[in-house]
Design a protein around this ligand. Structure first.
Ligand SMILES: Nc1nc2c(ncn2[C@@H]2O[C@H](COP(=O)(O)OP(=O)(O)OP(=O)(O)O)[C@@H](O)[C@H]2O)c(=O)[nH]1
Ligand SMILES: [Mg+2]
Length: 1030
């Protein structure tokens, strides 16, 4: 394998929405070029790549897997990926290892949500995509479209897919402009705009990167097939025909010319574009001839003779019309040939692919380094990057490989013979051995040559070669055992593999959890992390049915965590084992795997643990106007530490929605540079200032300002005075951002007190106190400045104390700052309703510190450290402030796309109604009897949704859910009807509670073992009658 020329390699993946035909297409490619592992007769039916039992049972793909194909003298590594939303992480792993992507779209169903997602994935990973319009047969046999209608439909799909890609391009363009604007105040380069505008469509049949296929019947074509055929017949050049066979071009029969729309006017009443006349018409005729009862069978013979096909008589005489059709079509327009020649022609080999993908794989680092030993490391890392860029496959080049996932295989499935026929000793070692499972790494080599027995470094994604010793826990040394070429489930042992290849590696099980970089040197950066479309959101607690099996369960969870790239295993604060999966189907498979493969014990699975957030009522921007900066208003909560030395006043306000959204969306970036800065302050590497940081800060700052401006535009439209006032007020607030929470990056802010706030007297102690100033850390890092609160230290002095005493008080105040931030972090991590994180709130905290009085000092010890007291008091005060300001529960919503035949529309709405769903859009799919409905469904209600839908509609309707956004429940969870009218409307509480917010809050409280205020039996008699009814 090592001596294969890179130019003859293609690494590709098949991506699409669920059920659009990826695995069926893969079958045909395998039957033709897989070295005989799949008989052509079974192609399209076996679904060779779906080798897991669960995949065959459910008829969907659940993991990505690879197969090596030989086409002409090319080696093609094909990765089939799942289309179901629950397994979208597998799409990320497939895309990372590939250079090209076949994007499939079902010609009947058209573009769906996952089509968007996979196009984005391909775009992000810088893959070269080709479009495959599948299931063309359904246009003929199911929808019974005319060739002209079919052409319009195909054209629309191509158009739509192009629009999606161009949106990604302009998104990138916009973010480029954003950072440009943020970096310099100068004008945007006009040239940039034009270049992007001029960019032509990504997918064009004329370019040869669009194929029209029917994977089920095994045929497909690109325009050039027909161009070749007609070129000699009509006496045109290939290039003219290729151009004419797509778009509004017509054939002028008399003049024997290709003309535009104008040229054909008056000549023919109902002109057909050349694509319809020369391509679709013959196809339609063949289908009709073969399948319809009154079909003219001579049409088939005509095709056979004009295309010089050799179809065995035996097949032509078959009684099953479908077999006859497939026999002719698959010989006339062989699918594998069409697809693979397109792959070879349009998709790059690893060398040219890596040259363009390098900026995504290993972003360039602009560092200024003074230290000479660090400089040596840096230049070696640069050299490694060059080798990846050029896909250096020489034996002495540094090795770089990326493991995108680990997968488990039973030991007995491993080959027993090595590459040279020698017997392999697959000993079972360690914990994997006990379970009979072996872990293999799914990897792509980007530079150098790997061979079995080689020692490599395993780098985690946060490894930084310039950080020396401190990085030791992010790098390990491992020895590669066997290496295999993957043939779906089968493995072909190889002794070595060079850059540009995709392989499976044995022996890394204990070093890699999910993904990692393998390298022959420590002096390089790891590959950048993969992008995942969603995070695992469906969480359940798991325990063994028999408590004695706890050990087995823990081991099993550990193995599952390794074997599945997407599950997350955590331990809850109550000590439960919590498993997070992407959705119900994924969860089902995980539980099944746990029970049958990894833990092998019987398990109890809790109902899903749904996450909520907590906030307060109100709309952001207006509320803030009323709150006085210096807390003169009475709407604050005051708390004093037990020893009486610190008094805290806290006021809570709601942030504008747009700002909350930005803070949430930017949390990664914020986390990076807020942390990055503190790292720098630690002094580990003074000169190490990544240029990126500056840009990132600019982007975040701009997004925050834009968010506020857009909110101003919405809430106060035409009142210029108010706009100005708000703007001023906000610029002051932005200058006082002290911390974000929870975890220092969340969507809540801690505002530093106004330095102009006056000192207060503590009456009980008869002393003056000083205001502890905040440090506006976040404002400084984001580059927001204001006069207020920026000067560090504390405000004006108390008059009577001696200078010495005052100074010590100030020192103490300085030290207490971090306790205040910690208290805020704790409060925002667990709100007062049901200990869920807070969302979109600003806390203004004014802490006052008092001199220790002599009597107090004697007893102060009994309360412990002051810092601890302050932290608790801040937390309590924040929680109390939220409770006082009309707290509200916030829930997560799914965006849901449902497809259903008309007759089940009613049943589907029935299911949606029960789920508190909000329907956004209902649309009939053109030319079919299918309805597409878009709706928001609360996550809390969504469990069992898919099952319920399947049952009520006999499996005809399908739904896909994507996590969309968070939304506040308008109800007050503490609402109790008091006035007569309210009692009339809502009842007196004795009947079923209509209050959904309370119901949800209580269910979380119950789960967490918090106090639940509920009257268990209120009207015993009524309950009895109720019970009898049931
Ligand atoms: N009529 C028709 N049906 C097709 C065609 N290609 C695939 N199918 C059918 O579509 C269904 C789904 O095919 P798969 O190949 O499993 O789809 P997939 O994209 O791999 O699905 P996932 O991996 O679950 O996302 C199967 O029932 C196929 O028989 C086609 O060209 N025409
Ligand atoms: Mg599949």
């Amino acid at each position: 394998m090592g001596d294969l020329s890179c130019s003859k390699i293609r690494n590709i993946c098949i991506l699409a929405h669920v059920d659009h035909g990826k695995t069926t297409l893969a079958d045909h490619l395998i039957a033709a070029c897989g070295g005989g592992v799949l008989h052509p007769k079974l192609a399209g039916r076996l679904r060779y790549m779906d080798y897991l039992d669960e995949e065959q049972r459910r008829a969907i793909t659940m993991k990505s897997s690879s197969i090596a194909l030989h086409y002409k003298d090319y080696n093609i590594n094909l990765i089939d990926s799942p289309g179901h939303m629950d397994f979208c992480s597998e799409v990320s792993t497939a895309a990372r290892l590939s250079d090209g992507a076949l994007v499939l779209v079902d010609a009947v169903e058209g573009v769906h949500i996952q089509t968007h997602a996979v196009l984005r994935q391909a775009w992000v990973e810088k893959l070269t995509p080709c479009l495959v319009l599948n299931k063309i047969d359904r246009l003929i046999t199911e929808l019974k479209l005319s060739p002209m209608e079919a052409y319009n439909r195909l054209q629309r799909i191509v158009h739509e897919v192009n629009a999606i890609v161009s949106a990604y391009k302009s998104e990138k363009y916009l973010s480029d402009v954003d950072s440009l604007l943020a970096g310099t105040s100068g004008d945007v380069d006009q040239g940039l705009v034009e270049v992007e505008d001029d960019e032509e469509d990504m997918f064009q049949p004329q370019k040869g990167n669009v194929a029209f296929v029917c994977a089920l019947d095994g045929w497909g074509f690109c325009i050039n097939h027909f161009a070749e055929f007609y070129a000699s017949k009509l006496q045109f050049s290939m290039s003219a025909l290729i151009k004419g066979l797509w778009g509004p071009w017509y054939y002028h029969t008399k003049k024997m010319m290709i003309v535009g729309k104008k040229g054909i006017e008056g000549v023919s009443k109902d002109p057909q574009p050349m694509f319809v006349k020369f391509v679709l018409n013959p196809l339609w005729q063949v289908y009709q001839a073969a399948l319809e009862a009154d079909g003219d069978i001579r049409m088939l013979s005509k095709v056979i003779s004009s295309f010089n096909l050799s179809v065995p008589q035996r097949e032509l005489e078959n009684k099953d019309k479908k077999v006859v059709l497939q026999a002719v079509m698959s010989r006339w327009l062989p699918l594998s040939d069409t697809i693979l020649s397109m792959v070879v022609k349009c998709m790059p080999d690893p060398v040219s692919a890596q040259a363009t993908r390098i900026c995504r794989l290993l972003p360039k680092r602009e560092l200024v380094i003074n230290n000479s030993s660090l400089y040596d490391i840096f230049s070696e890392a640069e050299n490694v990057r060059k080798c990846v860029e050029y896909c250096d496959s020489r034996a002495d080049a540094p090795c770089m490989a990326f493991v995108s996932k680990m997968f488990a295989l039973p030991f007995k499935m491993l080959p027993t013979k090595g590459p040279n026929g020698e017997f392999l000793n697959n000993q079972l070692t360690g914990e994997a051995g006990e379970s009979g499972e072996c872990f293999l790494a799914f990897a792509r080599i980007f530079s150098g040559v790997l061979h079995s027995g080689q020692k490599v470094f395993v780098l985690s994604s946060v490894y930084d070669p310039l950080k020396g010793e401190s990085m030791n826990r992010h790098v390990q040394e491992a020895e590669l055992q066997s290496m295999y070429l993957m043939m779906g489930q089968g493995l072909l042992p190889v002794s070595s593999a060079s850059a540009g290849n995709v392989i499976a590696i044995q022996g890394l099980g204990q070093y890699i959890l999910k993904s990692a970089t393998l390298s022959s040197t420590r002096n390089c950066w790891p590959f950048s992390s993969m992008m995942f479309q969603v995070a695992p959101t469906l969480r359940v607690a798991i325990e063994p049915s028999n408590p004695a099996d706890m050990g087995a369960l823990l081991k099993g969870l550990k193995l599952l965590n390794r074997a599945d790239p997407f599950v997350e295993i955590t331990v809850s604060s109550r000590g439960e084992q919590v498993l997070a999966a992407a959705g119900e189907v994924h969860l089902d498979r995980c539980i099944k795997d746990l029970k049958e493969r990894f833990a092998k014990v019987s398990l109890e699975v809790s109902p899903p643990l749904v996450s909520f957030k907590e906030t307060i009522e109100g709309e952001g921007i207006n509320l803030i106007e009323n709150s006085k900066v210096s807390l003169c208003s009475t709407e604050y909560v005051e708390r004093t530490t037990p020893n009486g030395r610190c008094v805290l006043r806290v006021q809570v306000m709601k942030l504008p929605k747009t700002l909350t959204k930005v803070l949430e969306e930017c949390s990664d970036m914020l986390g990076d540079f807020l942390e990055g800065q503190s790292r720098k302050r630690d002094g580990t590497l003074g000169s190490h200032i990544a240029q990126d940081d500056g840009e990132v800060v600019g982007v975040v700052r701009k997004r925050i300002l834009d968010a506020l401006e857009s909110e101003l535009g919405v809430s106060v439209k035409n009142d210029q005075d108010r706009v100005e006032r708000y703007r001023k007020m906000w610029s002051e607030y932005l200058g006082r951002l002290w911390s974000l929470g929870p975890s220092h990056v969340g969507p809540n802010v801690l505002l530093a007190p106004d330095s102009k706030a006056s000192n207060i007297s503590n009456v009980s102690l008869g002393q003056k106190g000083i205001l502890i100033q905040g440090s506006c850390d976040v404002s400084k890092r984001l580059g927001f400045f204001s006069d207020a609160g920026l000067e560090s230290g504390t405000s004006s002095l108390s008059t009577e104390e001696t200078a010495e005493e005052t100074e010590s008080l100030y020192r103490e105040a300085e030290a207490l700052k971090s306790s205040i931030v910690s208290g805020f972090q704790l409060a925002t991590a667990a709100g007062p309703l049901c200990d869920e994180p807070l969302w979109g709130l600003a806390f203004l905290v004014e802490p006052y510190l008092f001199q220790e009085s002599s009597e107090a000092s004697s007893q102060s010890d009994q309360y412990g450290m002051l810092s601890g007291q302050v932290m608790t008091a801040v937390k309590e005060a924040c929680r109390a402030a939220v409770l006082q300001s009309k707290p509200r529960l916030v829930e997560a919503l799914y965006f849901c796309e449902l497809t259903t035949p008309t007759e089940y529309l009613g049943a589907m709405y029935g299911v949606l109604g029960k789920m508190r769903a909000r329907v956004l859009k209902e649309e009939m799919q053109e030319g079919s009897s299918l309805f597409t409905v878009h709706a928001y469904v609360p996550v809390a209600e969504s469990f069992g949704f898919a099952d319920e839908l399947r049952k009520r509609t006999s499996g005809a309707a399908s739904a896909l859910l994507v996590l969309s956004h968070w939304e506040e429940l308008p109800e007050d969870p503490f609402f109790v009807p008091k006035t007569e009218e309210e009692i009339e409307e809502f009842g007196d509480g004795s009947s079923v509670l209509p209050n959904i917010a309370r119901k949800l809050m209580n269910s979380v409280r119950r789960r967490k073992g918090l106090h639940v205020e509920e009257k268990v039996v209120q009207h015993a008699t009524k309950q009895r009658t109720l019970a009898r009814k049931v």
